[in-house]
Design a protein around this ligand. Structure first.
Ligand code: CP
Ligand code: NVA
Length: 310
């Protein structure tokens, strides 16, 4: 049975029910098959998505824009430097005005509160395309990738190794909602945010999943079906890059670490990868890696999101 998500904001996976998350994943899988079979998918004919970017992007920008096009709609790129926001127009007024022209807004920015404020004042759905705190659309594509490769979500174990960042936070919500056990290994001082951890633990309790947080990558990957990593210095942390590389070096996903997980484990990375830092070429291009299918699935999962909320 489908759950109506029309008009819903997609800001944090914590705000979505398990049914809603599974619906996006399953619809994404179906839309992928149908697209490959050459079927027309004009579900959003005449609709426009505005895409506000304060940070750079390859995958998010292109997949949302192409996704709207494939759904018969249109996407409008709004670089934050070109908007009156830059000269001090408030987020509330921007939200009210954009709601008169558009049918949905996707935003990628630094402060998470800017996205929740935008959603509060917009009368159209707001989709979080990454903040310093969360990256929900990435994790919906990741869940689609995992289900496609493993045939299930519930009961698997995912090991996240590296920085306890926005991607790690959204993974904590996503896995705990759908019943995937998550083991996290970060250097001391780089653990995930405590408020997020508390909320994710509540979600895990409801689904029967577990979240373990520690500082040993080999403990985390033991028995893992999926190994996941992300950059050691996220957008906005460029000045800390050298320091982070030094601290995180023992957390590199390399052949030795992959060997310590299950034989048939998958390697996922949201990309962009910093080859030679958080992951070696051998792993990124090796037999366990599904990173480019994962990148492709951004398109399919987001088409499902757009079709459901718009
Ligand atoms: N994974 C991801 O969000 O990629 P971009 O930064 O290229 O959008
Ligand atoms: N953690 C990374 C993800 C990039 C898609 C960042 O925020 O830069």
């Amino acid at each position: 049975m489908s759950v109506s998500m029309k008009g819903k904001d997609i800001i944090s996976l914590h705000d979505l029910s398990r049914e809603e998350i599974e619906q996006i994943v399953d619809l994404g899988a179906m839309m992928k098959l149908r697209r490959k079979a050459g079927e027309e998918q004009q579900l959003l004919k005449g609709k426009t998505l505005g895409m506000i970017f304060t940070k750079t992007s390859t995958r998010t920008r292109v997949s949302f824009e192409v996704g709207m096009e494939q759904l018969g709609g249109h996407a409008l790129y709004l670089g934050a430097n070109d908007l009156q926001l830059k000269l001090g127009e408030t987020i509330a007024d921007t939200a009210r005005v954009l709601s008169r022209y558009l049918d949905g807004i996707m935003i990628r920015t630094f402060a998470h509160k800017d996205v929740t404020d935008l959603a509060e004042y917009a009368s159209i759905p707001v989709i979080n395309g990454l903040t310093d705190l969360l990256h929900p659309c990435q994790i919906l594509a990741d869940l689609l990738t995992i289900k496609e490769k493993k045939g299930q979500l519930d009961g698997l174990k995912l090991a996240y190794v590296g920085d306890g960042n926005n991607v790690c936070h959204s993974l904590m919500f996503g896995t705990s909602k759908v019943g995937i056990d998550m083991a996290i290994a970060t250097p001391e001082g780089y653990e995930p945010n405590q408020d997020i951890t508390k909320l994710a633990n509540e979600d895990a309790k409801a689904s029967g999943a577990t979240i373990e947080i520690g500082n040993d990558p080999f403990v985390a990957v033991d028995g893992a079906d999926i190994i996941y990593t992300d950059t050691w210095a996220s957008m906005g942390q460029e000045a800390e890059h050298a320091k982070r590389v030094k601290v995180m070096k023992p957390f590199q996903v390399n052949a030795k670490l992959v060997k310590a997980a299950k034989k048939d484990c998958l390697f996922l990375h949201c990309l962009p990868a910093h080859r030679g830092e958080e992951v070696t070429d051998e792993v990124a291009d090796g037999p366990h890696s599904v990173i480019f299918d994962e990148a492709e699935n951004r398109l399919h999962a987001q088409k499902a999101i757009l079709a459901l909320v718009m």
